[in-house]
Design a protein around this ligand. Sequence first.
Ligand SMILES: Nc1ncnc2c1ncn2[C@@H]1O[C@H](COP(=O)(O)OP(=O)(O)OP(=O)(O)O)[C@@H](O)[C@H]1O
Ligand SMILES: [Mg+2]
Length: 411
Amino acid sequence: MPVPQRVNFIVGWASSPPQKSLIENDGISQFNQALSQILITHNSYIHNTMHAVEVREVSKVFKSANSQDFLAVDNINLQIYDREFFSLLGPSGCGKTTTLRTIAGFETPTAGEIYIHGQAMQNHPPFHRPVNTVFQNYALFPHMTVAQNVAFGLEMENLPQKTIRDRVAETLALVQLTDVEKRYPRQLSGGQQQRVALARALVKQPSVLLLDEPLGALDLKLRKEMQLELKKMQRKLGITFIYVTHDQEEALTMSDRIAVMEGGKLQQVGTPVDIYEYPKTRFVADFIGDSNFLTGRVVEKQQGKIIVLVDQQLPVLVATAEDFPAGQVVTLVLRPEKATIYRADCDVENSWPGTVEEAIYIGTDTRYTVRLTAKSSIALRRQNLHRDDLQRHKVGDSVRVTVPPESICIL
Ligand SMILES: Nc1ncnc2c1ncn2[C@@H]1O[C@H](COP(=O)(O)OP(=O)(O)OP(=O)(O)O)[C@@H](O)[C@H]1O
Ligand SMILES: [Mg+2]
């Protein structure tokens, strides 16, 4: 059976040979020291690279008798670390739930394999996997009290009554439901029902918790509160969370890392900062936050920077460590909050003249659209720090817009 973390371990060693010169040049005591250092490095390396879940080259085709087969998940690879809060993010129908269900064992992959803590799962039915799932529609038993709902999974395992009572009490305290333990689901608010569903999954003490849009039915304010609560709970318990959402802000708020999916494929995997600041594809730049896309040709290379001529008239300086040959066509991503708007007579580096087409006051910010060329305009936001700032730039005004070269991405 292949053991994924061992492969990484060998790669890690190969790239930095452990204290070789010390072993060769000095006496036996140094050799022992070196050996113990190697073992420490080895153990911490194994620990750091331990994957709670590995999704290896997984595809899922749904067969259909009367229409064409449908490829819902297309050759996905994911390595999710122990104790990580990992989110699957993407638009409706992109394959998030299907991926989660293959990890849980409710779907069998058409190709590829799932490993949990290094163990292949193909012969493990859902109830033999060390995972538990929280679904969007909580699916609570209406005729059972909160405590009975939470105890149900443990009763099925025939655990001693005292163990069940203790674990239910402990879990209800964790999700702050002790005072409503005798109520029925219909006597609870949406947020409380959500917590019962969470308690029911946590009481089984899974090492990996799968959550499929668990906050989808809650109103915005409650959802934001629950996001922070869930994140705190995950840290406290040290459990790996795999969290499905189509809400980019939710994913950015809660996750250690995010996998962005589209059309059954992975687009990018990274930390919230990676995904937002360094999107690798147009889809990611567009789906996560707002973006302006400007297309142009590289006309000049400087030390660590290039000049891109947009629409054959607008020189844009962009910082990059990559080597782009002159003449190459590139698409630039400019985030609205990284752009600044000035009066037309201001002299600012990397700025372009334009005309205000739209100015919308939204309280905290004013949103502007500035036309730069016949083909291109840029949307930007300016924070309303002072009341004097309001209406500083009106529709029809000539202005200058700038974005620092370091804040522009190249696709
Ligand atoms: N049992 C099934 N049979 C046929 N097609 C399916 C089945 N389950 C899912 N699909 C299709 O696979 C695709 C991915 O579905 P999935 O439920 O994984 O999407 P999702 O990303 O979770 O979307 P949502 O955000 O709407 O929940 C969709 O086009 C869906 O219609
Ligand atoms: Mg879904």
